[in-house]
Design a protein around this ligand. Structure first.
Ligand SMILES: [Zn+2]
Length: 118
């Protein structure tokens, strides 16, 4: 997924679309244009089309997938160790801060707890 791509709806530059936070089956659907991501800032549907991001047509029926807090919580200690956990990544990393309102705080806490459990 291209980093630093603006959202076709709100025009905000999204530092990281974090497609790796989708379940594998959802990610495949997104890459093949059969499903849409949601923008972390305006939450509107965004299609990935031939390496570009596009707004779906008004009559689009493609499902819109949400990123998984648990997958994100597993990703942070591997890719952004300095942030510690998902809570830390959302609070302190510029790319993470764009997802600060994406999940309810309780969902983020539960995801972090789930990942730290043996
Ligand atoms: Zn947007």
């Amino acid at each position: 997924m291209p980093p630093n791509e603006p959202c076709p709806h709100c025009g905000e530059l999204v530092l990281d679309w974090h497609n790796e936070w989708y379940e594998a089956v959802q990610r495949r659907a997104i890459y093949s244009g059969q499903a849409a991501m949601d923008c972390p800032l305006c939450r509107r549907a965004v299609l990935f089309e031939s390496r570009d991001l596009a707004a779906p047509p008004a009559n689009a029926q493609a499902p819109v997938h949400q990123r998984s807090a648990v997958l994100a919580a597993r990703w942070v200690p591997i890719r952004e160790q300095a942030c510690g956990n998902l809570t830390g990544y959302l609070a302190s990393h510029p790319a993470g801060q764009q997802y600060g309102g994406y999940w309810p705080p309780t969902e983020v806490q539960q995801a972090d707890q789930q990942v730290t459990k043996p």
